[in-house]
Ligand binder design. Structure first.
Ligand SMILES: Cc1cc2nc3c(=O)[nH]c(=O)nc-3n(C[C@H](O)[C@H](O)[C@H](O)COP(=O)(O)OP(=O)(O)OC[C@H]3O[C@@H](n4cnc5c(N)ncnc54)[C@H](O)[C@@H]3O)c2cc1C
Length: 398
């Protein structure tokens, strides 16, 4: 039996894939979204939704869900260097703390409600074909092979996936120097604030999510992790013991906190170096197209926004308003214009922040010249997306 022809097939059901899927379905496209894992699931992430996310989620019909899911408002970011120097800044509109378990599952549910065929537990193994002749996606579901056909494909499969190998993407040949860890804790309250604690070779974010839980997400150079933690099953515990000696504020918090998750989640080989936004005839959205330094706290917003951008251009292609060549070109150009500058700024700032003395000098500078701090916060995000009502809320309530 031949499989049906979808208008659009999407690989990956995180914020980028769901955003694209919802937008397409809202405008009448026949969409299938394949997500390798089943919902709900945890992800290595700071679980901080930057202010722009409110607008982007509202456009998908999800804004009221933030409160329903128990997301907590965050109005302040506070950075602390290893020598105790701190710097604080206030967001121009509320940011939110919400677990990825809750966020990604809510996005997938919204996609289903909008008419998307969500196939969870289904990996896209390979993609053949092109925009002119249609695509054939090879799938793996429950240990069995399957396939489907579509007129367009959006790759939203995250930072690094087996699908990237199948597509022979160039970034895979580079060795990446960072690892990341994440776990949930019960600890001293962090009301309305996200704390970024810097240590030699990395930084660690702490903020509250739903149910009075705190999320700890950190990024560290692999060489520092290995030197501090060694190898074997105790590596993470050894590393955390070392970490506590590197930043007094983090040490004080961890000393009064207990881990709720049985295990730390970890990932390695995080590709911060540049990637392509279009491979063959496949448009890539979210981390599949480019990974922003976590210090910017903007990856989820970028994923939601780039998914929507891909969807809007694909709709124009499906309506015959863009040729295949125009679709590829417009998307690559719009993507580079919108996201290129903030990715470059994040890449430049990240290694600076990880150096003990540079972090301390930098934070002192930000304290005395606040306009530089504001320029950095604005430079790593698209604050044009903020709604006036959200800005008023930040000014009055937070
Ligand atoms: C340490 C760290 C902390 C961070 N903290 C923050 C933060 O606080 N705030 C923020 O905004 N951003 C943060 N980020 C970035 C953020 O996590 C990502 O930018 C965001 O998750 C990107 O969304 P996405 O949809 O592109 O990818 P993902 O969320 O990774 O989703 C991709 C999905 O594709 C699925 N998939 C993969 N391969 C396949 C396949 N072959 N077939 C089908 N499905 C597949 C995966 O299972 C996954 O669910 C952080 C990143 C790191 C590393």
């Amino acid at each position: 039996m031949t499989s049906p022809l979808y208008d659009v097939a999407i690989a990956g059901g995180g914020p980028a894939g769901c955003s694209a899927a919802i937008r397409l379905a809202q405008r009448g496209a026949r969409v299938v979204l394949c997500e390798a894992r089943t919902y709900p699931h945890d992800k290595v992430c700071g679980e901080f939704l930057s202010p722009e996310c409110s607008t982007l989620l509202a456009r998908l019909g999800l804004k009221s869900e933030l409160a329903t899911l128990g997301a907590v408002p965050i109005g302040t970011a506070s950075l602390a260097a290893p020598d105790g120097v701190t710097w604080e800044t206030h967001f121009p509109a509320p940011a939110w703390g919400l677990s990825r378990r809750a966020l990604d599952a809510a996005l997938a549910e919204r996609a289903r409600a909008a008419g998307v065929e969500v196939r969870s537990g289904t990996s896209v193994v390979n993609v053949a074909g092109n925009l002119g002749e249609a695509f054939l996606l090879s799938l793996r579901y429950g240990g069995k092979d399957d396939c489907l056909r579509s007129r367009a494909v959006i790759g939203a499969h995250g930072k690094r996936s087996s699908l990237d190998r199948a597509l022979r993407r160039q970034f895979l040949i580079r060795r990446e120097p960072y690892v990341a860890l994440k776990a949930h804790f019960r600890g001293p309250r962090l009301p309305g604030r996200i704390e970024l604690n810097v240590f030699p070779g990395g930084y660690c974010g702490l903020s509250e999510i739903e149910n009075g839980t705190a999320n700890l997400g950190l990024l560290v150079r692999e060489s520092v992790f290995q030197a501090a933690g060694g190898a074997g099953p105790a590596a993470i515990d050894n590393f955390v013991t070392w970490l506590r000696r590197q930043n007094p504020r983090l040490d004080a918090w961890l000393g009064q906190a207990s881990r709720l998750d049985e295990r730390w989640l970890s990932i390695a080989q995080i590709p911060f170096s540049p990637k392509e936004a279009v491979v063959g005839d496949i448009l890539l959205a979210g981390d599949a197209a480019g990974v922003i330094a976590p210090l910017a706290g903007d990856g989820i917003a970028m994923a939601l926004r780039s998914g929507a951008l891909a969807a809007d251009l694909v709709l124009r292609y499906l309506d015959g308003k863009l040729s295949a060549a125009e679709l590829r070109k417009n998307y690559a150009e719009r993507w580079a214009h919108e996201f290129g500058p903030r990715l470059r700024l994040g890449r430049a700032l990240q290694p600076l922040l990880m150096q003990r003395h540079a972090a301390s000098v930098g934070l002192r500078l930000l304290k005395y010249v606040p306009s530089i701090g504001r320029a950095l916060v604005y430079g790593t995000r698209d604050l044009g997306l903020l709604e006036k009502s959200d800005i008023a809320l930040a000014e009055n309530n937070l």
